[in-house]
Design a protein around this ligand. Structure first.
Ligand SMILES: [Zn+2]
Ligand SMILES: [Zn+2]
Length: 198
């Protein structure tokens, strides 16, 4: 990965952390195994966390909520499935919890480039246990050391399409019809429905 690309991902996410590094590696594997950057909806990513890794996955694979090809399952797992619609090829990656290998000089230099500075002499050991150092080790590690990687046969979600909206009979706001709840014959949006039953 070019320092410029890493810099762009870090700016998108806001900081460099082990979670972002895991997302970078997951996206690299997806790009290699499933397809290059997705400008269309050909690739679908199913993420089982809504934390740091997902920002790298969105940035690198082009799978986003807005295109409907990023699906969040709220399972609280660092697990990522990538699906190619054309032939159904899919892999699921589960991040392993074990510690990751040593950071190489190459990636230390990379971080120095990105941040415009390096730890002063004598600080190296203290710095070695910091999250950024763990993130650098993740960037260097072989995929098999980071993930349990399995081909899967997932259900392929439908492509995003435009759905009708109707007006909530309580708040008056336009709401996607599939999100409308019925209460005593009234069409309610989810917040109004929940307010009416609490
Ligand atoms: Zn983060
Ligand atoms: Zn409402």
């Amino acid at each position: 990965m070019e320092p410029r690309d890493l810099d762009a991902i870090i700016r998108f996410h806001g900081h460099f952390c082990p979670g972002l590094a895991i997302g970078i590696r997951a996206a690299e594997l997806a790009l290699r195994e499933i397809r290059p950057h997705s400008a269309d909806e050909e690739v679908v990513a199913i993420v089982e966390t809504d934390m740091c890794p997902v920002d790298a996955i969105q940035f690198m694979t082009g799978c986003t909520f807005g295109k409907g090809n990023l699906i969040h399952l709220d399972y609280g797992k660092n697990a990522f499935t990538f699906i190619r619609r054309s032939d159904g090829k899919a892999i699921r990656l589960v991040a392993l919890s074990q510690s990751w290998g040593d950071s190489s000089a190459k990636h230390r230099d990379l971080l120095a480039n990105v941040e415009g500075g390096q730890a002063p002499p004598g600080e190296q050991e203290r710095v070695a246990g910091l999250p950024q150092q763990r993130a650098l080790r993740i960037l260097d590690a072989p995929f098999e050391a980071l993930f349990d990687i399995k081909p899967v046969k997932p259900h392929i979600p439908q492509k995003a399409y435009f759905r009708d909206s109707v007006r909530c009979e309580a708040c008056g706001e336009m709401t996607m019809e599939i999100r409308i709840r019925l209460m005593g014959g009234r069409k309610l949006c989810i917040p109004c429905f929940e307010a009416s039953i609490s």
